[in-house]
Design a protein around this ligand. Structure first.
Ligand code: SF4
Ligand code: SF4
Length: 268
């Protein structure tokens, strides 16, 4: 089954304390950096954090900490039509090509600036490269958010792709089993198949149709934002690592759900 919802629901996103205010870093770095280039250097700890978190927790950064994600979810969401994210934006080809283009452009600028190493202007020029690169998600992401969907940009964001690559590495190394918390369902039998988790999902994913044998949603594009968890009417979703998911599965009482059946009704 691979049904695409016919509409999406604009709902409040889940915020932690940092995500509530992290959007302020966007104007500070992207625009402030044009006048005071050293502000662009803030991107160095940001990039290091997202790659490290990516290794251990997949795209957790995108859903819980990212300044652009915070801007899209807290400010732009209310003005956005929240329409369906075009298939092209979600395609692997676009993601790969855009990543290659973005990183080559970024690297070539870094190489040019590295020639200034040891001079008085090096730090300023380096900061400027970062700030200018930060303007791309700010402008393109905001336009897409205002006219298509708040998280359109996040479907092919090169930083998200970097997180995903780090996550793959973490999985291959077998070092993120305990830290990797995915959307998990207490019991698949208790899911109403109402699709609300998909309708509210900022990335427009379909957890309810794709739970694995461990009762987990394994999609690497999931940004672990908890919006589906907070909105599931059955209250059966949570973020959990595999060990926790299996323990929830084992301890969930399923009595009354074994003989469930579909009833067709006409609403008048
Ligand atoms: S919102 Fe909850 S009950 Fe509805 S389809 Fe998703 S997991 Fe199932
Ligand atoms: S599946 Fe749930 S946690 Fe993952 S991105 Fe969608 S709403 Fe967020």
């Amino acid at each position: 089954m691979n049904k695409t919802p016919t509409f999406y629901i604009k709902t409040n996103r889940v915020f932690n304390k940092f995500k509530r205010i992290s959007w302020t870093l966007v104007p500070l770095i992207a625009f402030g950096g044009l006048f005071y280039p050293r502000l662009g250097l803030l991107l160095i700890p940001i990039m290091l954090s997202l790659v490290t978190l990516g290794f251990f927790k997949g795209k957790y950064w995108c859903g819980n900490l990212c300044p652009h994600g915070s801007l899209f979810d807290s400010i732009i969401l209310q003005f956005s039509p929240n329409s369906s994210i075009p298939k092209l934006f979600k395609s692997k080809t676009l993601k790969v090509l855009f990543f290659i283009w973005y990183m080559s452009m970024f690297t070539s600028r870094l190489i040019k600036v590295s020639a200034l190493w040891g001079t008085m202007t090096f730090i300023d020029k380096l900061g400027f490269v970062f700030a200018v690169n930060y303007l791309i998600p700010t402008t393109v992401g905001t336009i897409l958010a205002l006219f298509v969907n708040p998280r359109s940009w996040c479907s092919f964001c090169p930083m998200g792709t970097m997180e995903q690559l780090a996550y793959k590495l973490g999985k291959i190394a077998g070092l993120n089993g305990k830290t990797d918390q995915k959307v998990s369902v207490a019991a698949i039998e208790q899911c109403h198949k109402c699709g609300k988790c998909s309708r509210v999902c900022p990335m427009q994913l379909k957890p309810y149709l794709n739970f694995s044998g461990n009762n987990q949603f394994e999609n690497e594009n999931c940004i672990r934002c908890s919006t589906c968890v907070a909105n599931c009417p059955a209250g059966i979703l949570s973020l959990a690592n595999t060990e926790q998911a299996l323990s929830i599965k084992a301890s969930t009482n399923n009595s009354g759900f074994e003989k469930r059946r579909k009833i067709t009704a006409l609403l008048v």
